[in-house]
Structure formats: C-alpha cells, structure tokens
Design a binder for this molecule. Structure first.
Ligand SMILES: Cc1cc2nc3c(=O)[nH]c(=O)nc-3n(C[C@H](O)[C@H](O)[C@H](O)COP(=O)(O)O)c2cc1C
Length: 215
C-alpha cells in the first residue's frame, strides 16, 4: 500500500489556530509532543505508521504535536561543531517538546542509522523528558530496536515509558486508508503509552520548574 505522509502540526501553528488545550487543566500549557519519524529509507513505510499515531495522539486533545521527519531534515551525517542551520532548526523543535515518541522500524535487529545520527546531533534537548516508542518490522515488531533505543536514551537522561506500540509484519497490518486492519489492540496500546508519557511529561515539567536537574 502507498505510504501516507503525516500531518505536521507545529506548536506555533496550533496556538495561532486556537485549537489547544481541550483536555488540559485550566492555566496549564498543553503538553508538546514531538513525534520523530526514524526511517529515511527510499520507499519507506514509516509515514503511514507515523500519520496513524499522530492522529491517535491528536484525538486526545491534551497534546500539541510536532512531527519531525528525519527524511529531508538536512542533518549532516558527519557530526561536527560548526553551526549548521538544519541542526539548529531541529534543536529548537526538540527543545520546545515536553515529550518524544520515536517511530522506528527494525533494521538488522537494531534501529536505523539516520535515527542514531539525529539523536547524536543533540544532547541537552532530550534531557529530563520522557520518550515513548512506536515500532514496526518483521516477526519482532521492531521490539529489538526499541530495547536498544532504551539504552541510548538512558545515556541522555531521559525516561523511557514502559508500554510501547508495535506492529509485527509492518505494512501487512495496515489497510490502504492508512489505518490498522485490526485497530482495537494498537489503539489500546497507543492509549496506554500516551497516558504514561503524558504523566511523565507533566511530572518532569513540574520538576524542571521546581529545581535544577543534577546532571
Ligand atoms: C536494511 C533492513 C534490515 C532489516 N532488518 C530487519 C530485522 O532485523 N528484523 C525485522 O523484523 N525486520 C527487518 N527489516 C524489515 C523492516 O523492519 C521493515 O521492512 C520495515 O517496514 C522498514 O521500515 P521503513 O520501510 O519505514 O524503512 C529490515 C529492513 C531493512 C531495509
């Protein structure tokens, strides 16, 4: 089936449209969720998974969503210290986020090199924030990629949430409309993961405001 490009909703556009905060307690800014699309492969399936998940997250009403697609992001694949506009642009979007969800396939029992490159280009932007995962792949549903990403994100002072969303057999699980053929299980999994992510995002945002982090 054809891949569907995810809708990008930036915090600024959302605020300007006046559509924020339906489920957010009065006086509290809505949580900003950055969804990172981890595959940049030609002909990738990633946009379909990311668009489905972004739609689920949007429906909650308490999240402002920014979809960060690594394809076309212009991040150099060689790390360096010379200022690069594309890196600065992504840094600003990651810094603005209260929480992250990484959408990742599994490549050779791990995660894509482009995703690791994007993670490594940044440092403090990840710190003291929660990370959730949506994975897909063959028999393992991308779970081996997720378990390895937990190790990487621990180094960056993040909290990875326990529950994940995974699709075994990837593309075969989705219809041509970009929606899972059997939606009950992935919808429930997405709900649980987002509940946990939002809890951590609120708790850590409050903690960051209350006291400096002991890095
Ligand atoms: C280089 C490469 C390695 C892969 N290795 C695995 C693997 O180890 N385990 C698995 O379950 N699927 C593996 N797959 C299948 C992918 O997870 C699956 O095709 C997925 O849809 C790819 O995501 P993408 O199309 O968004 O890039 C591999 C695919 C590629 C291209």
């Amino acid at each position: 089936m054809a891949s569907k490009e995810p809708t990008v909703t930036t915090p600024d556009r959302e605020a300007a449209a006046g559509t924020m905060d339906d489920e957010t307690p009065k006086g509290e800014r809505s949580l900003r969720l950055a969804i990172i699309v981890g595959s940049t492969r030609q002909g990738r399936f990633a946009p379909t998974v990311a668009a489905w998940f972004a739609d689920r997250a949007q429906q909650r009403g308490d999240l402002t969503i920014d979809v960060i697609d690594l394809a076309g992001s212009g991040l150099p694949d060689v790390l360096g210290s010379t200022p690069v506009p594309e890196v600065a642009a992504m840094s600003a979007r990651l810094s603005a986020a209260d929480a992250f969800v990484v959408v990742t396939p599994e490549y050779n029992h791990s995660f894509p090199a482009a995703l690791k490159n994007a993670i490594d280009w940044h440092y403090s932007e990840w710190r003291t924030k929660p990370v959730g995962f949506v994975s897909y792949g063959g028999a393992s549903g991308g779970l081996r990629a997720v378990e390895q990403l937990r190790q990487v994100f621990a180094e960056l002072h993040t909290v990875t949430v326990r529950d994940t969303v995974s699709f075994h057999g990837g593309a075969r699980q989705f219809g041509s409309d970009g929606v899972p053929l059997e939606p009950a299980r992935p919808n429930a999994a997405a709900g649980r993961m987002l509940d946990q992510l939002a809890w951590w995002a609120r708790a850590l945002r409050e903690a960051r405001t209350a006291r400096p982090y002991a890095a």
